[in-house]
Design a protein around this ligand. Sequence first.
Ligand code: NAP
Length: 551
Amino acid sequence: MAQQQAVADTTASDAANLDYDAVVVGAGVAGIYQIKRLVDLGLRATVLEAGSDLGGTWYWNRYPGCRFDSESYTYGYSWSKELLDEWHWKERFSSQPENYRYLSHVADKFDLRRHMQFDVAVTAAHYDDDTRSWAVTTSDGRTLTARYLITALGLLSAATPPKYPGAETFKGQAWHTYYWPHEPVELEGKKVGVIGTGATAIQLIGAIADKVDTLTVFQRRPNWAAPLHNGLISDEEMADIRSRYDEIFARCASTPGGFEHEPDRRGFHTVSPEERRAFWEELYAKPGFGIWLGNFRETFMDEEANAELSAFIADKIRERVKDPAVAEKLIPKDHGFGVQRVPLETNYYEVYNRDNVRLVDISETPIDRFDEAGINTTAEHFDLDIVVYATGFDAMTGAFDRIDIRGAGGQKLTDKWADGPETFFGLLVNGFPNLIMLAGPQSGSASANFPRGIETGVDWVTDLLTYCGGHGITRVEPTREAEEAWGEHMRQMYSMMLMRNAKSWFTGYNSNVEGHEHGKTRYFVYNGGGPRYWRRLNETTGDSYNGLNLA
Ligand code: NAP
């Protein structure tokens, strides 16, 4: 309490002329917890949210099939026993409507909505070194001043629908999955086209194939996917989960990905090929990411181990898809299993056995143009009523790039990050004092089961602000040396993993975004795992925030 008073006093006396001590941008999973901690500290803080309600990812993505790939009970917040005791996750991998309801419940329970402003997008944020504060410009024409700018922008919140010639002439409906309408969409009897075959498309396609008249999937590159094996959680199971929450969260904190799934520590080469196959059969039949994250560690680093696992999964696809030519098209040839984030699916492969579903390989016959009636590839015309762009995001840095962020001396963040992000543990940026990123590129949150990483990140940030408040500090900036050291470690971690060559948002590849072409790795995701990240962060900063200039 005394500490809380000290923080509030220092900040209040010093920041009397500022609108807020902290502005948080984004009311998703990260923003909700951060505002709770700031309010509890007695700081004057507000959340600015572009959407009409809170929820972030779970507010926007309303496409059919949208759900967790984390076990639900590992996704919820861990910081309120009362919340843990009262919430019943209905499904092992909970769906978007339920997730949105959960986050609304949290905000209502802790009376957080009154600290949130909806339909307010941040368009610019400029740092002023004289006042050691940020001026935040909003879409409704205001400028708010705050000591700290805390971004909770999400990893995947800047959608990238491709621009096809003639798209504006299309007479049907079209949207990106992120902007799936909030009103019910009539799919029955409709000819639907889906562009893309990432995790989003794989969930969507599995959910709508039996509801539409025809479904045409335009695939540029196939993705490896594995079964989700969703199921209901009974009252008895939920009671058991509640009794084990401490154990569950402790386990998540100890695994590299922040999930329950722990890598198998036996050496790949010490286990016979027959045993390996039997082990993979087991993992393939189990729910969730076990087949990816509960596998031999060598599958992430060793070409031979990865090739053997990929061959196993390829055989599964061949077993599940009746037409061998279609099966071959669904098997990735340019990357191995798990070097891109693995989509988890429900009947995805079986969908291609249906008469109303067609897979179109647009790596062979690209989309040429749209017309009034649908899509023309270089080979054929497809009549469509609805086109869904499941084409992904300008991940990690896209949401930052869309705001005019300028640090000390007017330096633009887009300039600093032109060749990829440079950060201090994904939390702070040299040259941008008092900018704090909760789900920044290169952060621990970004590479883990999101809420698990986020909670630790928010706690770290809250401790930092508490320390600054208690020591009369009003300016926080990492040193360039500390930032470079983190960049070097990021690169080292990439060099060990097969993921380094992947064409995916993990490595900053996105052919929809200018300059993000393949071959120019952007070090987005920390590959060293959660425990190593937090250990390294705490070792680096010590008791007095080494690596940061505090003034
Ligand atoms: P994504 O994985 O980046 O996939 C985008 C897809 O669109 C790819 O198949 C890509 O093909 C294709 N594409 C992009 N631009 C295209 C173009 N111009 N023409 C044709 N195809 C194009 O995006 P996402 O599926 O939205 O998933 C992103 C991430 O969101 C996932 O990795 C995951 O982290 C998260 N997610 C999680 C869940 C969950 O279960 N919780 C569900 C959905 C998404 P190429 O591969 O050829 O580029």
